[in-house]
Design a protein around this ligand. Sequence first.
Ligand SMILES: [Zn+2]
Length: 227
Amino acid sequence: MGAVATLERTDSKVDTRRIDAARAAAVVALGNAYLPHEVEQPGGAPPLLLCWAGRIARAYDKLATAREDARRRGSKDDPAVKAIEAAIRKLEASYTAAASAAEDAASTWAALATAAGQSIDPASIYPPACTCDGCKTAALWHDHNEARGKYSDALYALLAPEPSARPPLFQMLEDFTKSEQDRDRFWAAMKGLYASAKGYDAACKAAGVQANWRMAMAPWVANLAWR
Ligand SMILES: [Zn+2]
């Protein structure tokens, strides 16, 4: 009886140590995958702190600029573009490897803890959302696309919600002189449109990109143009 109790105690101690070690390894691996690390800069500039996703977002930015530049110069198979594309493939492979190692380590910890009867919160070992410069820029870029989408939605809701539906704007203009409520409806629609346009304008300024008002009228083009 006493021997069994000792054995169980030893087992649970071993379990706890293994589970703690697995947890620590998972935290390190998740940090490698999702937290910023020092990135050497050319020309002796101080290293930048960027996570993998942030590095990739910045590389895509550079790629867009290089492609635009090559297009302007009429350069086909441009070496600068090719070099950035190759660099992106490498970054993406590194990120994928780091992320899959991290997810494996997290699963190992969760499986060990669960097998030992511990109740754990698998999300508790993940680092907070990264706010490195690359991620910040990517978020702003994402926001300006989102804002353009909202402005598109507002335009389409007024002008052509469906191919065969009479445009609500025309109806509102027709009803404008009928009653106070009809005029209120028109002005509410205009305010909504104005708010979404202002939102898009501000999001573009924050992201440091030129607004593209025509693209807002062709959301299918916007979806194709993104990368
Ligand atoms: Zn980041």
